[in-house]
Design a protein. Structure first.
Length: 300
């Protein structure tokens, strides 16, 4: 069993490049896999290892500026959900492209999972799912507005087109772990919107803390690792990932006539060339051969 830690922190890191080497040494020494982003505005990552390996890596992260009280979302996976360790330098830890959206200056009001249901049930609340369309497709809160974005950087344009219809409304936002809501609510605050809230810890914290019998969540929550989705209690869900386009697939999607394991799903059946399909099929074959040898293929 592996421990999975998802975390982020908006904090000033004047020289992210200087932090990468020592962090890599610790993470590689603990056989950690996953992805960590470092940027002048902070850090963001999801990693997996043994419980001890995660604890040691988190201890190092907490020595970074502004990270002493870093609180990750912890869950488990029966198999390693990542192929390797990636430690990257970025301009932003979550790309919005709007410098005025600065979570270190102002963000929306945090709402803990225990209070979220009451806020959502209030008819004066407008709920916005700040995730991308392929994430929303497998699960969301009922009644939430779906911006239909392909990337988070599309959110400002959606907001500009929608804001007049939401004028004077109480706005509540949510996302997977909280990081996109920090940026989205910071954007709204920068534009003068005051009555804005967001789910503290994101959907992952909600699924962890709120019993299934009381949960308003419908479906599963997309995650960016080999588990593909999680459900109540952060247990691995039933979704798989299309090997071609990486969209999440539920049972009905896999039963579609255009679905081909390892090569296509109904959503991307007309998006690639036959040469692409041949390449996907060969990759799928190689993954199967590696699995038969008890190995993990890098593209698995």
């Amino acid at each position: 069993m592996f421990t999975v830690a998802a975390f982020y922190r908006f904090t000033r890191l004047p020289d992210p490049a200087a932090l990468r080497g020592p962090l890599r040494a610790v993470a590689e020494g603990q056989r950690v896999r996953g992805s960590i982003l470092l940027a002048p505005e902070g850090l963001n990552g999801t990693i997996a290892a043994t419980a001890a390996g995660i604890a040691a890596t988190l201890a190092h992260l907490r020595t970074l500026p502004g990270c002493a009280d870093l609180e990750p979302k912890l869950s488990t996976a029966p198999t390693m959900p990542f192929g390797r360790l990636k430690l990257r330098l970025k301009r932003e830890i979550v790309t919005l492209g709007r410098p005025e959206a600065d979570p270190t200056r102002a963000v929306g009001t945090y709402v803990p999972p225990s209070d979220w249901n009451a806020l959502v049930a209030d008819p004066g609340t407008v709920l916005i799912d700040t995730r991308n369309a392929y994430e929303v497709a497998i699960g969301t809160f009922p009644g939430a507005l779906d911006p239909g974005t392909e990337a988070f950087g599309d959110f400002p344009a959606w907001w500009e087109a929608t804001r007049d219809s939401l004028k004077g409304k109480r706005i509540a936002m949510f996302c997977t772990g909280g990081i996109r809501c920090e940026k989205a609510t910071a954007l709204l605050r920068a534009e003068g919107v005051e009555d804005v809230f967001h789910l503290q810890g994101g959907i992952l914290k909600y699924l962890e803390d709120v019993p299934a019998s009381e949960s308003l969540w419908q479906g599963e929550c997309f995650v960016f690792d080999g588990r593909v989705s999680v459900g109540p209690g952060l247990q691995p869900g039933d979704a798989t990932s299309c090997a071609a386009c990486r969209r999440a697939l539920m049972e009905a999607d896999r039963a579609h006539a255009l679905y081909e394991e390892g090569a296509a799903c109904a959503a991307c059946a007309h998006e690639y060339t036959e040469a692409d399909r041949a390449r996907f099929r060969e990759r799928h074959r190689q993954i199967g051969l590696a699995a038969a040898r008890g190995q993990r293929h890098i593209g698995g």
